[in-house]
Design a protein around this ligand. Structure first.
Ligand code: MG
Length: 160
């Protein structure tokens, strides 16, 4: 049995007039959302990079380039689904993912279970095999000032 872990990190800028989508869940907020070529789901992007890292299969920018018009406003959950299939094709079984969302506002805790279920379902995992945590940045730096949301993630995969 070969088991491996991978890490992922992503950050997107918060701007006016965009929906805020995290883990495939639309968050009711103050009208500010994440800027990006796709739907800018920073949580899903970090999980994708953790999965690709664990499998040794590159990174999200390689697989879904920002220059590719097919991914404009793309639903990141579809990208996650494609990455899971890609890992399966390489005989990797996804075992778990864990992420920390660094966000000053809005409050995300009410969405915890929904995000977890959404990610788990897309990854073919049980809800307890996906964990999503939240922290503020104590008012400091770009996250603390509410200018961006960042996410760190880890994922584990194995194969016989
Ligand atoms: Mg991203």
């Amino acid at each position: 049995m070969s088991a491996r872990a991978g890490i992922g990190y992503d950050l997107h800028r918060l701007v006016d007039g965009r929906p805020l989508v995290l883990g495939g869940v639309e968050i009711e907020g103050d009208g500010r959302g994440l800027e990006g070529h796709s739907d800018a789901d920073v949580l899903t992007h970090a999980v994708i990079d953790a999965l690709l890292g664990a499998a040794g299969l590159g990174d999200i920018g390689q697989h879904f380039p920002e220059t590719d018009e097919r991914y404009r406003d793309a639903d990141s959950m579809l990208l996650l689904s494609q990455v899971c299939t890609f890992l399966e094709d390489h005989r990797w079984t996804i075992r778990h993912a864990d992420a920390t969302v660094i966000c000053q506002r809005p409050k995300l805790a009410p969405y915890r279970d929904e995000m977890r279920l959404s990610l788990a379902k897309t990854m073919g995992l049980q809800p307890l095999e996906v964990n999503v945590k939240f922290t503020t940045n104590e008012g400091l730096g770009v996250m603390g000032r509410g200018e961006a949301i960042a996410v760190t993630a880890i994922a584990t995969v194995d194969r016989a």
